[in-house]
Design a protein around this ligand. Structure first.
Ligand code: CDT
Length: 313
């Protein structure tokens, strides 16, 4: 029996600082309806989809910072999204800033959830590869303070049986790291869904936009092929209070080909009918992990983070 999942990457245009959760949730619900009307059963929203990309701002007041975080999910602002999903019988991935408390200590994570067609949360992921810096960089147009505002995720890279297949999640910068996808592929992931907020400029290095977009696609296309899986990436795009985020939301087949992609930098629903068995031939031959992986030679990957070159001769 063919296993078909029609999926949508629901790209969001900009969310300005002044925009409240209620307005954003209305936009998410509109895209949920659009995806449902075209027969999708899963909708992928971006990273930190409920607010502007706040890690660009240096903040010191804990109350100001925490105002960007959700202390419960769902909550009164997002409940209408869950209700709409349940009414339509459509699932979704949603990225948001999570504030929780453990033994009286506040914990901040860059989180995503997977919600099924009944509106129930079936999976949670907390971003592992936090990019950027924790200190304030002087004389730049914007900061990238994920290392200041979030802790490294503590849930690993789990996968879930859902939507007729095995699903995994990651968030933005995670897509640049092959380990992310391989760990999920080793658990049988057939589709990995992710949201992102990627600035159009690099504050550390003069890098043209076309190259930044190339790297975005390169990582997801390589990951899809090397693991025989579908990869769905959904952007927050456009200019947020003058700060550019690139679009490029896309759906990548296990062959590594982009089969659908966004054409705008606004709210846009990109859909594709995915055959969850398409990756099987790749996983049975060239990337047959059980037959060909040589873990006795991969030790450095988990023993060492930085580069240790050989001594000079
Ligand atoms: N949100 C996020 O992870 N963005 C990063 C930007 C890296 S530049 C500091 C990304 O990988 O797209």
């Amino acid at each position: 029996m063919t296993r078909i999942l029609k999926v949508a990457a629901a790209q969001l245009g900009p969310i300005h600082l002044a925009e409240g959760r209620a307005q954003v949730v209305e936009r998410l619900i509109a895209m949920l309806h659009q995806a449902d009307a075209s027969g999708c059963r899963l909708v992928v929203f971006p990273e930190l989809a409920l607010t502007t990309f706040f890690p660009r701002y240096w903040m010191e007041d804990p109350a100001e910072i925490d105002a960007f975080f959700e202390t419960a999910m769902p909550n009164p602002a997002t409940q209408p999204l869950f209700d709409a999903a349940a009414r339509l019988g459509i699932g979704f991935y949603l990225g948001y800033a999570e504030l929780t408390e453990e033994n009286g200590t506040p914990r901040h994570f860059n989180t995503s959830i997977l919600v099924d067609g009944a509106g129930a949360i079936i999976g949670k992921y907390r971003k592992v590869h936090l990019p950027g810096h924790a200190h304030r960089i002087p004389d730049v147009a914007f900061q990238h303070l994920e290392k200041r505002y979030f802790e490294v995720g503590d849930l690993g890279f789990p996968v879930w049986r859902a939507f007729g297949g095995v699903m995994g999640m990651c968030i933005c910068n995670d897509r640049r790291w092959p380990e992310t996808f391989r760990v999920m592929a080793l658990q049988g992931a057939e589709m990995v869904v992710l949201g992102y907020n990627t600035p159009t400029t690099n504050i550390h290095h003069d890098e043209p936009l076309h190259l930044r977009m190339f790297h975005h696609r390169l990582c997801m296309q390589a990951a899809a092929y090397q693991n025989g899986m579908w990869v769905v990436g959904s952007a927050k795009a456009g200019k947020e209070d003058g700060h550019g985020l690139y679009g490029g939301s896309c759906i990548v087949a296990p062959t590594g080909e982009i089969v659908a992609q966004a054409m705008t930098e606004g709210d846009e629903v990109v859909t594709y009918t995915c055959d969850l068995d398409l990756g099987n031939y790749i996983k049975e031959v060239i990337f047959n992990f059980a037959a060909h992986r040589r873990i006795e030679h991969y030790g450095l990957i988990t023993e060492q983070t930085g580069v240790v070159p050989p001594e000079d001769a």
